[in-house]
Ligand binder design. Structure first.
Ligand code: ZN
Ligand code: CU
Length: 479
């Protein structure tokens, strides 16, 4: 006879709330945390001696493009090896469902950063969630529906504002997605197929999201010298509609924008006095997305991450390819499409300021489709805990853990995740704070993180002694 299924003994427990850790035992029964306290007198089916290790709620990756890879039974290694137990999919306006092709042979970039035409096989959002639930996934999935996907379905040409009829069509698709289980809507207003959406178009959809109590996440219209006006537009939509708002991967890109985070964070702090506005950040000074000439123009260095016509270009610098071909960088970039790249275009000072800003949340923005991905896919969370907490002392460990767990769950309204306490779902990560580190680099981007010992998803062990178990205990959550 046993009392509980799993007993983790003697770890320093960071409960996700940001307070100081305490040494305690944590007991798991079924998919939930049964008890937390010193020296629990319980018989367990499995006991783990965790002395000297840190135990935290499973990390919530608030910004992912895992929509397609989460359907792959073996696809979540990049996240589980970092201690991530929940992913928010459908960011930046880009979602796998509902099918955005609308008669086009291939998905319009940047929708194709999720995969080729074959990946987009779900007519409705409900079809996508049914496939996920049937699998089930190895991590929990909190799905967003993408505005760009809705736009591509509703409009024949994307280089103009939507008509009233087209907005009505988008609202119908949005209603279907929210009813099926989407936690909200994302926009990607910096990208060509959404750039022509007016603030009113965005607000019309955001108002529907607000009416359902959902979340709006936004890759803002401008993350370069126009970032201050983009934050103002975002706050304007939040104020007009009352929608809970999350600014995605906040950054100041291009040398002319360096330092503007002092202004944007002050604006966000002021807005937070009356509005529900959050933000996320990834711990790198290079961005990554599909091939875009205006992203390349103000980058110090551009490295190709994938290219359909030239697969071997992945991992090479655009300047070297252009020199070899005897063309300018922009011509080379056009020839490499469809494809993606890594853009070195941010300043460490802005990154540190945003990461240290108390409300900021950690997300990866990893791109699992890329042949030579940005290292954030495999390293974002351990990089914060290793480099920025232990090595540089920018944050203390409890604060950093809260930015990956309790604060994130509060922003997403995930009431039974993100904290270690009796009754909460048993999503847990056990790691060595002295060893935790990102191993993925720009040169070698798919090396698993170091120092993560065990990962538990809904009470079941997904990773033990650093190795994946193959168990898949994730669920579709949030709605
Ligand atoms: Zn984005
Ligand atoms: Cu993104």
């Amino acid at each position: 006879m046993t009392d509980v299924d799993l007993l983790i003994r003697g770890a320093r427990v960071f409960d996700g709330g940001g307070g100081a850790p305490s040494v305690a035992d944590v007991a798991v029964r079924g998919d939930a945390i049964a008890d937390v306290g010193p020296d629990l007198a319980l018989r367990a089916a499995e006991t783990v001696d965790a002395e000297g290790l840190a135990l935290a709620p499973g990390f919530i990756d608030v910004h992912t493009h895992d929509d397609a890879v989460v359907l792959d039974p073996d696809g979540m290694a990049p996240k589980l090896t970092q201690g991530v137990t929940t992913v928010v999919t459908g960011n930046c306006g880009i979602s796998l469902a509902p099918d955005p092709r609308a008669g086009r042979p291939a998905p319009t970039p940047p929708l194709d950063l999720l995969g080729g035409a074959g990946a987009f096989r779900f007519p409705r959002f409900a079809d996508y969630l049914a496939a996920l639930r049937a699998l089930p996934p190895a991590v929990n999935v909190a799905p967003l529906v993408g505005h760009t996907a809705l736009r591509a379905r509703a409009m024949d040409a994307l280089d103009r504002p939507a008509t009233d009829a087209e907005i009505a069509a988008m609202r119908a698709d949005l209603a279907e997605a929210l009813a099926a289980g989407a936690i909200g809507l994302s926009t990607g207003l910096a990208y060509p197929p959404a750039r022509f959406a007016t603030t009113d178009e965005v607000a019309a959809l955001a108002a529907d999201v607000a009416a359902k109590g959902g979340l709006w996440t936004t890759h803002m219209r401008d993350e370069r010298t126009g970032v201050v006006s983009a934050v103002a537009e975002t706050i304007d939509v939040a104020r007009r509609t009352g929608v809970r708002t999350l600014i995605s991967h906040h950054k100041c890109a291009g040398a002319a924008a360096f330092g503007l985070s002092a202004t944007t964070l002050a604006m966000i702090a002021e807005a937070r006095k009356t509005l529900a506005i959050d933000l996320d950040v990834y711990p790198y000074t290079a961005s990554s997305t599909v091939l875009l000439a205006d992203f390349a123009r103000d980058s110090a260095r551009v490295t190709v991450s994938w290219s359909d016509p030239f697969p071997d270009a992945a991992g090479r610098d655009l300047s070297a390819i252009a020199a070899e071909w005897g063309v300018d960088a922009e011509t080379a970039l056009e020839r490499l499409k469809p494809g993606g790249a890594i853009y070195h275009q941010m300043d460490e000072g802005d990154l540190r300021r945003i990461l240290a800003f108390p409300p900021s949340l950690v997300g990866s923005d990893g791109l699992p489709r890329d042949r030579r991905p940005h290292p954030r896919l495999w390293g974002a969370f351990p990089r914060v805990l290793g480099r920025y907490v232990r090595d540089e002392g920018l944050l203390d460990l409890a604060t950093a853990v809260a930015k990956m767990t309790g604060l994130t769950a509060a922003a997403l309204r995930l009431r039974d995740r993100g904290r270690i306490a009796p009754g909460m779902k048993a999503d847990l990560v056990l790691f060595d704070p002295e060893r935790i580190a990102d191993a993925a680099t720009y040169e070698d981007p798919t090396r698993p993180a170091l120092g993560v010992e065990r990962v538990v998803v809904n009470g079941r062990t997904a990773l033990a002694r650093g190795a994946l178990t193959g168990d898949r205990a994730g669920a579709v959550i949030g709605a």
